[in-house]
Design a protein around this ligand. Structure first.
Ligand SMILES: [Zn+2]
Length: 370
């Protein structure tokens, strides 16, 4: 079949980029400049912003130091790579003035957040504070000697139309998680929804979200008017929402959209400290933007789906066909396309079937798949 698929053209992509920029400009970004490597910017009383490098298209992560009595609470950690460790050592001696680390708080199991946490706990004699599922996810991936989890995910993407060469590259990669992560301690302090954590004389409320990660932790301090958002509500970037092969009947996009709505209970002028890009105010505006972004992607898929199609065929509908994705971005794009397709399937707007060729395809209800 050769029906024209509604692929995003270069023009449409430029328009989408302009819209993203306009949306970003609708937020209030109160800080000029970025923290220099190994330095911090105080963004609220006793709360300090620092950045660590990431060797990826997304080239940095924001981390937070909170003054905590005689020491420092750290939120998130960066990759466990030499450049990040060197910058942490610079911080220990410099900004942190040799004072102890009281705890290492981790928002979720993704390696840019938890990667150096085990190393930090070991270096500074600190405990890990994390939600139970995120700790378990980290441990599961650290114990995966043969890279079975990523191999399973590669085969899941292949069955959903990912080109053999790309699936083979993912297979050959093995357990990439371990190459950028240190082993977290075997005991941890569990964070759960509604917990009140006292840090440096202020109370921080734990808000648990799902959709981006299974039990993602954000921290809200009413007295400071500050939300440490993790990856849940990023400015400019739509947090990755992925359907994992381990749970093919899940509906992570529904989970994600429901999770971000819960943050509307916080004031609009909350200072949001996100794990990527820059701090901002305009929480409700950003929730509106993210919800609209996903509604538009869902509509684009329904328009494009004129015949049974694999998730891989939907990727260019969402992201354009001309973009040169590296293998990581291809994985994110597949997961994102699958999450949107799963959402539409659960709404009864699509059906999902496995063809005689072994490929999973989605189709509008009433069309026959052959
Ligand atoms: Zn993440």
């Amino acid at each position: 079949m050769n029906e024209a698929i509604d692929v995003k053209t270069e023009n449409a992509r430029q328009l989408a980029a302009a819209l993203r920029q306009a949306e970003f400009e609708a937020l209030d970004t109160p800080f000029d400049g970025l923290p220099a490597p190994g330095e911090t910017i105080e963004v609220a009383s006793g709360v300090h912003w620092l950045r660590m490098p990431l060797p990826a298209a997304l080239d940095h992560i924001n981390l937070w130091l909170i003054e905590d009595g005689e020491g420092w609470a750290i939120v998130d950690s960066g990759f466990a790579l030499d450049d990040t460790k060197a910058l942490w050592r610079q911080l220990f001696k410099g900004v942190m003035a040799g004072r102890p680390v009281t705890r290492v708080i981790v928002t979720h199991f993704h390696p840019d957040h938890v990667g150096a946490a085990g190393w930090l706990c070991g270096e500074r004699g600190a405990r890990l504070w994390i939600s139970r599922t995120e700790w378990l996810m980290h441990k599961m991936l650290m114990f995966d000697d043969e890279g079975e989890n990523s191999a399973f995910q590669a085969e899941f993407y292949r069955a959903n139309g990912l080109a053999d060469a790309d699936a083979d590259t993912m297979l050959a990669r093995g357990n990439g998680y371990r190459t950028v992560s240190s082993e977290a301690p075997h005991d941890f302090h569990r964070l759960a929804e509604g917990d009140l954590v006292e840090i440096g004389g202020n109370e921080w409320r734990i808000m648990v979200s799902t959709g981006h990660a299974p039990e993602h932790v954000s921290l809200y301090c009413e007295a400071l008017g500050v939300l440490i958002a993790g990856d849940q509500i990023l400015p400019r970037i739509s947090p990755n929402v992925t359907l994992a092969g381990s749970q093919p009947e899940a509906n992570p996009l529904l989970d994600f959209l429901a999770s971000i709505e819960r943050f509307r209970s916080l004031p609009e002028d909350t200072l949001v400290l996100p794990s990527h890009v820059v701090p901002y105010r305009g929480l409700h505006t950003r929730i509106d933007q993210l919800a609209r972004h996903h509604r538009e992607r869902l509509d684009e898929i329904l328009t494009a789906l004129v015949r049974p199609m694999t998730a891989a065929e939907i990727v260019p509908v969402l992201f354009g066909s001309g973009r040169a994705f590296d293998i990581y971005q291809k994985g994110f794009a597949m997961g994102e396309a699958l999450a949107h397709l799963a959402y539409l399937e659960k709404q009864g707007k699509l059906t999902r079937e496995t063809g005689a060729d072994g490929l999973v395809r989605y189709a509008p209800p009433g069309t026959t798949q052959d």
